[in-house]
Design a protein around this ligand. Structure first.
Ligand SMILES: Nc1ncnc2c1ncn2[C@@H]1O[C@H](COP(=O)(O)OP(=O)(O)OP(=O)(O)O)[C@@H](O)[C@H]1O
Ligand SMILES: [Zn+2]
Length: 711
């Protein structure tokens, strides 16, 4: 049995969701095709196919036969660059030329009818046919490949019908306006795509590489990991790297959306595309051009735009039966009044054809994807990365926002504030604790190691790796025996805390510190108290969420007293001393009241992020934050959560405005047509006009600023 392979093709020429549905239907009829998803917003198709049964050439040929152009990026030219040259100006595209040609013919026909009215019919017929031929070709191709009732079918039937009943001028205007509409329909998707791609253009083309004391200018794409580059004040940083020399403020707005410059010193990470403000920096390159954070963000947003939101899926399914139903209705309009009420055939055929035009579902089908694509692009430019339409919809409906404590509401850099020796010296307690924590990446562990190093304490070696009990403790074997560092609760469960020691723990915790117990075998050696600071904007960020009507909670594995001390400062409800499993339970509790967003740093809370309706990682462009979770805040601020929610809600209401506009216009035109108030050429505006409005409305999201104070 041959394995199915997953292909990703770029598809040019799609404007509207029904194009996507048509391609999907045709693909499913090919042998060996398992899964297929076509995205208009991303101009792409993902398909899983057994290539022994249908070759990729056959797939491409099939797509081309439907009137689109399929391009295999892996087979494409050098460097596998997946950002195609932008399509030329509108008049150079096939659709643009069609609009120009049929417009010119229409104008010519109008001129003839004015000069020589008795010859007017034929030029109009010619004008109508020129614009109709490509439409009819696509209608036939669609019908042969499983989509008999497409927009093109509606169009072709209506235009041919109009010519047949002697309304050639109207037919010509209708097909011309349809061609104009088609040209406009792709605009939203293209603009949203361009908005994101513009980010990549922020990466400079050249860099100043330092080699053997000399400085040479090289293309940024030639930089290799380990190269050293010089970045002067005012320059953009050519590739992700770390500062090797110098101090400067860097504006990271392109990546994080944060316009305040960030001070970078030796050892700090810098991102490609950010602007060096005032000092000279030497930067060691850590990523090749294609792996730069900004390039990956753009790639992720493109993938996100390709994934369909539930509403989009619903509307696509809906329009699958909607189009045939509309045709049946139009037929009834033509047949029933003349047969039943002795109506005039010519009049009712004319009205029935108008109904066909009004029924075109294009505006409806494009309403959701256009808004979602714009919303995602708008977020990406502000450091709010949402990985798909589904996540966006959920974020807009969220009822509860749960936060992890460490690294999310707090800075995640606890500091040791006190060391208490219960047995032996303070130095020995720290030394052994640090030795155990060497095997852990927990923020508390890092703080303990840092403190031991700061006090120049020699850290002994551990034998073998440590054993971590998540949410409880970490244990390792030292030369003196097994040493554990863990929560007081875990220590008392293990019977190593005396009543007196437990009393000291309680006293320190009341001051808002986290206490860990260092024990050897069944003996408590000492206590280490640590404190972490709340993030600067945590309070304001939480308040903004509550102002949006959301419930905010803090879920923490830390002790109840320390948690209470922090939440008193932040004004947020909390649940403390939660083991990882209990965090998941808390989340499913909250989910009973509606969707829950979980905000974490993506480091040790991946299960909680996954358990929530939507997981949001916070963590300044780190790999973990980008890969895990359904959404990520590239700007390390609690306020970003509210911005995510505001943007998502704005996108959802934009979608509803679009759907209402599309359906409303159709309803109004339908009534006007049935009472005979709408000529054919106006009926087409019910869809083309709505498409333009819907597109323009969706594009407003590109400029939407979710950080603006609530209206
Ligand atoms: N590596 C470790 N070293 C010391 N103590 C630990 C370690 N791992 C867990 N603990 C103990 O378990 C408790 C809970 O840990 P957990 O990782 O669940 O929470 P946290 O990450 O500190 O806080 P939050 O849940 O708010 O992010 C800690 O407060 C600490 O007492
Ligand atoms: Zn349409």
């Amino acid at each position: 049995m041959a394995a199915a392979s997953a292909l990703k093709l770029r598809i040019e020429g799609m404007d509207c969701g029904s194009c996507a549905a048509k391609i999907e239907t045709a693909m499913r009829r090919l042998p060996g095709v398992a899964e297929v998803e076509v995205s208009v917003a991303a101009s792409s198709m993902s398909i899983t196919v057994d290539e022994d049964r249908t070759s990729r050439e056959a797939i491409r040929a099939k797509v081309d036969s439907l009137g689109f152009k399929a391009i295999d990026p892996t087979a494409a030219g050098p460097a596998g660059h997946d950002h195609p040259a932008t399509e030329g100006p509108w008049w150079s595209t096939a659709k643009g030329r069609l609009v120009l040609a049929s417009g010119a013919l229409l104008a010519g026909a109008w001129g003839v009818s004015w000069l020589e009215p008795q010859w007017a019919a034929w030029p109009y017929v010619v004008a109508a046919f020129v614009a109709l031929v490509p439409v009819a070709r696509r209608a036939v191709a669609g019908a042969l490949n499983g989509t008999p009732f497409s927009i093109e079918t509606l169009m072709a039937v209506a235009a041919i019908g109009a010519i047949a009943i002697g309304e050639a001028p109207e037919a010509a205007v209708v097909v011309f306006l349809f061609a104009v509409g088609e040209l406009l329909e792709g605009v939203a998707a293209r603009r949203a795509r361009a908005g994101v791609k513009a980010l990549v253009d922020l990466i400079p083309r050249s860099a100043r590489r330092i080699r053997g004391g000399a400085i040479e200018t090289v293309p940024a794409t030639d930089l290799e990991v380990g190269d050293l580059v010089l970045v002067r004040p005012g320059d953009r940083i050519p590739s992700d790297g770390t500062v090797a020399e110098g101090t400067s403020e860097v504006n990271e707005a392109p990546i994080t959306g944060e316009s305040r410059p960030v001070l970078k010193e030796v050892g700090a990470s810098v991102y490609a595309g950010s602007v060096n403000a005032n000092g000279e920096l030497h930067v060691t390159i850590t990523k090749a051009a294609a792996d730069n954070t900004i390039a990956r963000i753009v790639h992720m947003v493109e993938e996100a735009q390709a994934s369909k939101a539930p509403t989009a899926r619903f509307i696509e399914r809906f329009s699958r039966w909607y189009t045939p139903a509309a045709m049946a209705f139009a037929l009834a309009v033509i047949m029933v009044p003349p047969l039943v009420a002795d109506g005039d055939w010519q009049t009712w055929i004319y009205r029935g054809l108008a109904v066909l035009l009004i029924a075109c579902p294009c505006a409806l089908v494009i309403s959701t994807p256009a808004a979602v694509a714009s919303g995602l692009a708008s977020g990406a430019r502000r450091g709010l990365l949402i990985k798909g339409g589904a996540a966006l919809e959920t974020l807009g409906r969220v009822k509860t926002v749960a936060f992890d404590k460490t690294g999310t509401l707090t800075e995640g850099r606890p500091k040791v504030v006190e060391v208490v020796a219960l047995d032996g010296t303070v130095e020995a307690v720290l030394a052994k604790a640090a030795a155990v924590e060497r095997s852990s990446s927990h923020p508390l562990g890092l703080a303990i190691i840092e403190e031991a190093e700061a006090r120049a304490i020699e850290i002994p070696r551990a034998f073998g790796g440590g054993i971590a009990l998540p949410g409880k403790a970490v244990t390792a074997r030292l030369s003196s025996g097994f040493v554990s560092v863990g929560s007081p609760r875990h220590a008392s469960e293990q019977d190593v805390l005396t009543a007196e020691a437990a009393g000291r723990v309680a006293t320190i915790e009341t001051e808002g510190a986290t206490v860990v117990v260092v024990s050897e075998g069944k003996r408590a050696l000492g206590l280490i108290a640590l404190k972490d600071r709340p993030r600067e904007d945590a309070r304001a960020g939480l308040e903004r969420l509550r102002a949006l009507g959301l419930r905010t909670v803090m879920l923490t594995g830390d002790n109840a007293r320390a948690a209470a001390a922090i939440t008193a400062e932040l004004g947020v409800e909390h649940r403390a001393e939660l083991l990882p499993a209990a965090k998941l339970e808390a989340i499913s509790d909250y989910r009973k009241d509606g969707p829950v967003a979980m905000i974490g740093d993506g480091v040790n809370d991946a299960p909680a992020l996954a358990a929530a309706s939507v997981g949001v990682a916070m963590g300044g462009g780190t790999d973990v934050a980008l890969e895990t979770a359904d959404a990520a805040l590239l700007k390390d601020r609690v306020g970003g959560v509210a911005e995510l929610v505001v943007l998502s809600r704005a996108t959802l209401s934009n979608i509803w405005v679009n759907v209402t506009l599309a359906l409303g216009l159709k309803g109004a035109f339908l009534v006007a047509t049935l009472i005979g108030a709408t000529p054919l050429w106006m009926a087409i505006l019910a869809d083309t006009g709505a498409t333009v409005l819907v597109t323009a409305n969706a594009l407003r999201l590109l400029r939407f600023d979710p950080s603006a104070p609530a209206r």
